[in-house]
Design a protein around this ligand. Structure first.
Ligand code: FES
Length: 356
């Protein structure tokens, strides 16, 4: 049986698992501790200190996302000292950037904005000193505005630990510290593969989805979970739809497997084809070898295919026909395809593009 540890959080005796952090055991027991740099799929680094709590006999406040529980630990999450520290931290973060929510794409889903509201901060006590970086607009997928970066390092850990692309890191020191690819390059000039994991984990408007800019506020979009059709992995994704158009795509974390919320460049950004004017919407048939393709109904197309297959089978036998299916199809579609080839056409000549 798994060993349990008895601890006290806010006067309530709770059990925790050995190795759990204070934050994990508090969350498991329904006790809220605010966080900012913490991201459950990456290591905890204690960068922001927003999650500080009081621990009896500790010299100072401790970062609950990094501190493991120990037997008999007495923790307080909502004292004046804790809230004062959290307010100070959040005010410092606010004043060290240009967090102009009016036009920020993250407005309504920004974790810094939520923290400010939750801590009831009207204004930071400190003068706002935005670093004055020029926003990066040199690519069509990811927009970076380091004036809104709180240096939580989530994007760095997501890039290095989740996607293992190892593109992002901190550079410079002190108030000049910033996040980005080597040699301060733009994403487009770096080894970035545009998976967009950095964008998905960014808690503020520092890294945003460029195609979604001015395409609809978060609260105006409808979220629909679906399965990516680009390959056979079956990644779960959320489509954000506004006025009948997909404005943004995000990896779905709640469903878990197989992608745990991550996506590749195609799944996250390759959605232009859906509403593209060149997209085929009706079957096209070329009746003569050198003739033009002509629009046809589905009934005409199916009849054309059936007549041709029947003629080839009659003239040269079933094994003169082969079928190649696709990794973009679902398992069920691929199953039906091989069934069609074997049971209807009468051949085992079936293959699949994923083997190429
Ligand atoms: Fe714990 Fe940032 S959330 S230090």
């Amino acid at each position: 049986m798994e060993k349990k540890i008895l601890i006290t959080i806010d006067g309530q005796e709770v059990t925790a698992k050995p190795g759990q952090t204070i934050l994990e055991s508090a969350t498991e027991n329904g006790i809220f501790i605010p966080t900012l740099c913490h991201y459950s799929r990456t290591t905890n680094v204690g960068a922001c200190r927003v999650c500080v709590v009081e621990v009896e006999k500790a010299r100072s406040l401790v970062a609950s996302c990094c501190m493991p529980v120990s037997p008999g630990m007495v923790i307080r999450t909502n004292t004046k000292q804790v809230r004062d520290a959290q307010r100070m931290i959040v005010e410092l973060l606010w004043s060290s950037g240009d967090h102009n929510c009016l036009t920020c794409e993250q407005n309504g889903q920004c974790e810094l904005q939520n923290l400010i509201y939750w801590l009831k901060i009207e204004q930071p006590r400190f003068p706002i000193q935005a670093p004055g970086y020029a926003p990066e607009t040199s690519n069509t997928m990811i927009q970076r505005d380091l004036n809104k970066c709180v240096l939580c390092g989530r994007c760095i850990r997501a890039c290095n630990e989740i996607q293992v692309n190892e593109v992002l890191d901190f550079s410079m020191r002190g108030s000049h510290a910033k996040v980005g690819p080597a040699f301060d390059a733009d994403y487009i000039a770096s080894s970035c593969v545009f998976c967009g994991e950095c964008l998905q984990v960014c808690p503020t408007g520092a890294i945003t989805y460029r195609q979604a800019k001015f395409a609809g506020r978060p609260w105006e979009t409808e979220k629909v979970r679906t399965t990516c059709t680009y390959c056979g992995v079956g990644c779960q994704m959320d489509l954000f739809i506004h006025e009948g158009k997909i404005v943004k795509v995000s990896g779905n974390r709640e469903y878990g497997k197989p992608n745990e919320g991550s996506l590749c460049v195609k799944g996250r950004f390759g959605m232009d084809f859906i509403a593209h004017p060149d997209r085929l919407k009706k079957p096209l048939i070329r009746y003569d070898k050198n003739g033009d393709l002509k629009e046809a109904s589905w009934d005409e197309a199916y009849k054309f295919i059936a007549d041709k297959l029947t003629a080839v089978k009659k003239a040269s036998g079933a094994d003169s026909i082969a079928g190649l299916s696709s990794a973009r199809c679902t398992n069920e579609e691929n199953y039906l395809f091989q069934k069609f080839m074997r049971a209807v056409i009468g051949t085992n000549n079936v293959d699949h593009c994923a083997r190429l």
